[in-house]
Design a protein around this ligand. Structure first.
Ligand code: HEM
Length: 191
């Protein structure tokens, strides 16, 4: 099932008061400064990054498993790592990354529905996840992607331009993740 087909995406439709998710995406994109040149730089390096999607996902979940606060959602009732769950997360992360630079059409709802999966409205057994951990995870991912690009041999101005572009793109996603928290959790202590 594609992310846009998910019930969570449907549940988000029309939920927010004021500007909707698509308008929010456009504003985030403008304020972050993700322009056509950035989009082009992401497209140029997309295959390199996607070739490392599995490795990036595994690095992220390994990192999250290293801290009790972020490992909790991935543990069984017996306190061991739920490997099957981690594998599902690796897969869904790779699917998200593969679509990350598609910002047109229903993208805003698709991205917000990923954020929503981490709130108390998430479908799974996971305890709701603090938004701050998504923010930190995106930070972790930004530097991991920079490492992938540098290791691939991209250098100099091209390396700077591609890192800058991916960083901005992930910020646009993060803004929509946080918007989903705001919409799902009200004004509670979700951060
Ligand atoms: C870069 C940041 C992150 C990305 C891109 C990401 C991506 C995703 C995606 C695509 C899904 C599936 C959503 C769905 O099926 O609708 C998901 C689910 C999940 N993520 Fe994340 N995630 C991130 C950070 C985190 C963090 C920091 C944690 C925990 C500390 C976490 C824990 C989970 C859990 C437990 C689920 C399953 C929720 C459920 O059971 O419905 N994620 N994530």
């Amino acid at each position: 099932m594609s992310a846009t087909d998910r019930p969570a995406a449907a549940a988000l439709r029309g939920r927010r008061r004021g500007p909707g998710f698509p308008e929010r995406l456009e504003l985030a994109r403008a304020v972050v400064g993700y322009d056509e040149e950035d989009a082009w730089n992401v497209r140029l390096t997309r295959d390199v990054v996607l070739a490392h999607a599995d490795e990036l996902a595994r690095a992220l979940y390994r990192h999250l498993l290293a801290f009790p606060e972020t490992a909790a959602p991935f543990l069984t009732a017996a306190g061991t790592v739920d490997r099957a769950h981690v594998e599902r997360r690796v897969e869904s992360f790779a699917a998200w990354l593969a679509d990350a630079d598609h910002l047109a059409g229903d993208a805003a709802l698709r991205i917000a529905s990923v954020g929503r999966a981490h709130t108390r409205h998430g479908a799974g057994h996971a305890a709701r996840i603090r938004a701050r951990f998504l923010l930190m995870a995106v930070g972790f991912l930004q530097s991991a992607v920079a490492g992938v690009l540098a290791a691939d041999g991209t250098a100099g101005d091209d390396l700077v331009a591609s890192i800058r572009a991916w960083d901005k793109l992930f910020m646009v996603h993060l803004d929509l993740f946080l918007a989903a928290f705001e919409s799902a959790e009200g004004t509670g202590h979700w951060y």
